[in-house]
Write a protein that binds this ligand. Structure first.
Ligand SMILES: [Fe+2]
Ligand SMILES: [Zn+2]
Length: 506
């Protein structure tokens, strides 16, 4: 994919705003040439003397109060800046120190990192966006001929020896303060989820939310993005009026992206049959669960297109697993802590497929967001024999403790007031977040009628890329880093507290 064009270095208005100082005048920018016998330490002194340009900033900056940010070790170069408040770029011990003036703390970046993150046309192919060199081929400490941090916050580095220059905009330089560092396409923060119990979800449907027609989903971009946003927020939407046909579930999924292939195939049938290899393919009651807990990666979205559902029974059941996890986190943090341990083995063991994974029942991201749950009683493998059942030898995480915590989690999941129930109609396709929303099915009678669902999966990577597009489309561009996730986690917990009417957090 082509890389978006860089902002021109001289786009001082926008970049000045990036520095939070209003708009510096590029016309007012002066620079002085400083003869620098060595810009780096002794290793660099073997390089020929270089001429260094030090921008000393706009007139506005020139009137700022005098302040030396770098201490005496950098004093020689800062003295050249006449005011001590101008942007500066100083190389010492394989590190480039960027000084931004009195309003911002200086930033240190290693020269190796800086050389590696260069995205100029020599380093990154403009058409493919792929890197033209291997990091391992770089010198241990790439030598700098000159480094300039302009008043508008942009940085230009000319490398000694390989005769090329690197340039970064103010936004890129400021982005290095974040923990995504030099990632060229950082993700936006995920959508803030809303959590639901039965009446909350029924309320959404009654207001016409979480429902979109096939025609809108496939042909009306505005309606599609609204429905996709509802999917990110609630984890469950209905696509209605889907044409009859075995290919349609794939068409519905392809609006989000490519399908995730599993050993069930690209798409699969949920029909009852004799001697079924999967309980889903029987007519029995199917408890709330998430699919493919033994698989890597666990499918993110699941789609089920109803082609026939005329048997008695067979109602679909849904429950918001992350809501139940947050409920425990708020009301029984001791039990939540047990569920956060990787203690449960899931497996699928039918030749030739033998899969197994150990997982925690609830899982958090960096920043403390309760991201997802892992719950599938029918596919649990035996626990490891105690005392190895838990991760701690002190007996803190025993099977008995897990069983107590799991019972509380399951009770919340399956409480009638938390479970949403619907009998799917032919032409309806449900799309749900398999990392979060648990699904199940009531028993159905096979004596008359037929029941046939066609299903498929979409992976997390594909879903996440679309969620990122949604966030950027809506102008929600906070980067996906731990600092912002922790604020999101707090917001999400408040939402669950409000649903549970827990005083103090509402
Ligand atoms: Fe399932
Ligand atoms: Zn380059």
């Amino acid at each position: 994919m082509p890389r978006p064009p860089r902002a021109p270095l001289a786009a001082a208005g926008r970049l000045g705003a990036c520095l939070g100082r209003g708009t510096p005048s590029t016309l007012g920018r002066r620079f002085v040439s400083v003869s620098a016998p060595a810009l780096r330490d002794a290793r660099l002194s073997a390089q020929p003397p270089a001429t260094r340009q030090l921008f000393v900033g706009s007139n506005r900056l020139a009137h700022a109060p005098r302040r030396n940010l770098h201490g005496s070790s950098h004093a020689r170069q800062l003295h050249q800046n006449t005011k001590g408040t101008a942007p500066s770029a100083t190389v010492r011990n394989d590190v480039l120190t960027l000084g931004f003036g009195p309003d911002q703390t200086p930033l240190d970046v290693s020269l190796l990192w800086l050389r590696d993150v260069c995205a100029c046309a020599k380093c990154v192919d403009a058409d493919s966006g792929q890197k033209n060199f291997s990091t391992s081929e770089l010198p241990d400490a790439p030598a700098v001929q000159s480094a300039e941090l302009a008043a508008d916050g942009s940085l230009r580095v000319v490398w000694a020896g390989d005769t090329h220059a690197s340039a970064w905009t103010c936004e890129e330089v400021q982005g290095w303060r974040r923990d995504h560092g030099g990632v060229r396409t950082p993700h936006a923060l995920p959508v803030a989820r809303t959590f639901w119990d039965r009446s909350a979800y029924e309320g959404l449907l009654a207001r016409g939310e979480c429902r979109v027609s096939y025609r809108e989903w496939t042909q009306d971009a505005g309606a599609f993005w609204r429905a996709f946003a509802a999917l990110c927020e609630t984890g469950l939407i209905f696509v209605t009026d889907v044409p009859d046909g075995e290919q349609e579930v794939e068409r519905v999924a392809n609006q989000i992206g490519i399908l995730q292939y599993t050993f069930y195939g690209f798409t699969w049938d949920v029909k009852s049959k004799a001697h079924a290899e999967n309980v889903a393919y029987t007519s029995q009651f199917l408890c709330l669960h998430q699919d493919l807990m033994y698989n890597v990666p666990v499918p993110r979205l699941q789609l089920l297109h109803c082609l026939a559902n005329s048997c008695d029974g067979g109602e679909s059941l849904f429950s918001d697993g992350v809501r139940a996890a947050y409920e425990l986190r708020l009301t029984r943090p001791d039990l939540y802590d047990v569920l956060a341990q990787p203690m449960v083995h899931f497996h699928y063991d039918k030749e030739p497929h033998r899969y197994e994974m150990v997982r925690s029942t609830v899982a958090e991201t960096a920043g403390g967001l309760t991201e997802l749950t892992h719950w599938s009683p029918p596919f649990q493998a035996p626990f490891r024999r105690e005392p190895a059942a838990g991760s701690a030898a002190d007996g803190k995480y025993t099977l008995a403790k897990w069983k107590q915590a799991a019972a509380a989690f399951q009770a919340s999941l399956e409480a009638p007031e938390n479970m949403f129930e619907a009998k799917l109609k032919p032409g309806e396709c449900i799309v749900f977040d398999n990392w979060r929303v648990h699904h199940g099915r009531r028993e159905f009678a096979t004596g008359q009628g037929s029941r046939w669902l066609k299903g498929t999966y979409v992976s997390d990577q594909v879903h996440r890329a679309m969620e990122d597009r949604l966030q950027k489309r809506n102008g929600n561009v906070l980067p996906d880093i731990a600092e912002f996730r922790s604020r999101l986690a707090s917001k999400e917990m408040d939402r669950v507290a409000s649903l549970l009417k827990i005083p103090g957090r509402e």
